[in-house]
Design a protein around this ligand. Structure first.
Ligand code: FES
Length: 343
């Protein structure tokens, strides 16, 4: 009989904790603030290999081509492709535990609003003060929540400090708020986003990152405000010394909708393997001297990449954007297992 909870034991590291079975063991462990070794979380890299010493896991027929026959016979599994099944599972990890397997402690703090910048009509960049002990992990996407009196606000706001800022952290974090997303939160922000006012925040939360194996060029195809998430992923890859070229193609409708352009530009200096192109779908916005491209990403990628068979591809946008770009990259030879769609 399957259980909703599984007790995971990893004797070598003295770990003994309970996870939910509706998530893979890597994500369920992260929920418990335990970070096991992982990288792609797509069954490609093998970083999360472990031997099941006792107990049962549920592989859900997920990807496991990277395991050879003798590994399968020896109960070696990919933890990112396996959920708990029996009441207890004892594991032996094949990759060492990351140096700091405990994630940063989530805490509540009062912070001061230091600066407010409207990036476009729906996105605000907010600078707030937080003490050094807030100590978010510079190599991972981190988010905070803003506590609003009388309202349960579960939105998470990404920390977008640049990599240089993170190296000499001065007690200021920059976050992005999408004020169109949540009407009730929006009316609170209208009253409270004043320089010098205080905000109650909670965090840092670590995004369950996907770090792709460092073995192929990488193409990001991104739709407007989804750039916030994609750019954070790119920063994480660069911070982990991704050595293959990373190209970002981001589509906006109009020039005035473009956000984080400075940040994209700055990243090209930090990592010469990173480049970006902006495409605009509204032709009226483009003049001859612009460096922007005109058109939808599905038309642009085929001009830049006639063959995508040796790339990882991350597509980040709304459903329609995901599907049309997915079909396009498949037409251009991309391999299904190397494509990641992020909604
Ligand atoms: S195969 Fe599991 S993290 Fe890559």
């Amino acid at each position: 009989m399957s259980n909703k909870l599984t007790n995971i034991k990893i004797p070598k590291y003295n770990l003994n904790y309970e996870i939910q079975n509706n998530k893979n063991i890597i994500d369920a462990s992260l929920d418990k603030n335990i970070k096991l070794a992982y990288s792609c979380k797509s069954g490609i890299c093998g970083t999360c290999k472990a031997k099941v010493v006792s107990g049962e896991i549920n592989k859900n027929n997920k990807v496991n081509h990277i395991l050879n026959d003798s590994e399968k016979e020896n109960n070696i599994v990919l933890l990112c492709q396996s959920n708990g099944l029996s009441r207890e599972v004892i594991l032996e990890l094949l990759s060492p535990l990351p140096r700091n397997p405990k994630l940063n402690k989530v805490r509540e703090l009062v912070s001061e609003v230091l600066g407010i910048k409207y990036i476009n009509k729906s996105i605000i960049e907010l600078s707030i003060s937080v003490p050094k002990r807030f100590n978010y992990d510079k190599k991972n996407n981190n988010y905070i929540k803003i506590l609003i009196p009388g309202l349960e606000n579960n939105d998470k706001y990404p920390i977008i400090n640049s990599l240089e800022q993170e190296n000499k952290y001065n007690g200021v974090i920059n976050i992005l708020l999408n004020i169109n997303k949540n009407a009730k939160a929006n009316s609170y922000f209208k009253k409270s986003l004043i320089q010098g006012e205080t905000l109650s925040i909670k965090g840092p939360y670590e995004e369950n990152n996907t770090i792709l194996p460092n073995d192929k060029p990488l193409l990001f195809i991104v739709e407007d405000n989804y750039i916030i998430h994609s750019l954070n992923m790119i920063k994480v890859l660069i911070a982990h010394n991704y050595t293959f070229p990373i190209m970002l193609i981001c589509n906006f409708e109009n020039k005035r909708d473009i956000i984080l352009l400075d940040e994209m530009h700055r990243l090209t200096f930090i990592n010469t393997g990173f480049s970006y192109k902006i495409s605009l779908t509204n032709k009226d916005n483009i003049n001859n001297i612009d460096r922007f491209l005109y058109g939808r990403t599905i038309n642009i990628i085929s001009k830049i990449f006639p063959d995508l068979s040796s790339h990882y591809i991350v597509i980040n946008g709304k459903n329609k954007f995901l599907n049309e770009n997915y079909n396009k990259v498949i037409q251009l030879g991309a391999i299904k297992n190397n494509i990641k769609k992020i909604l």
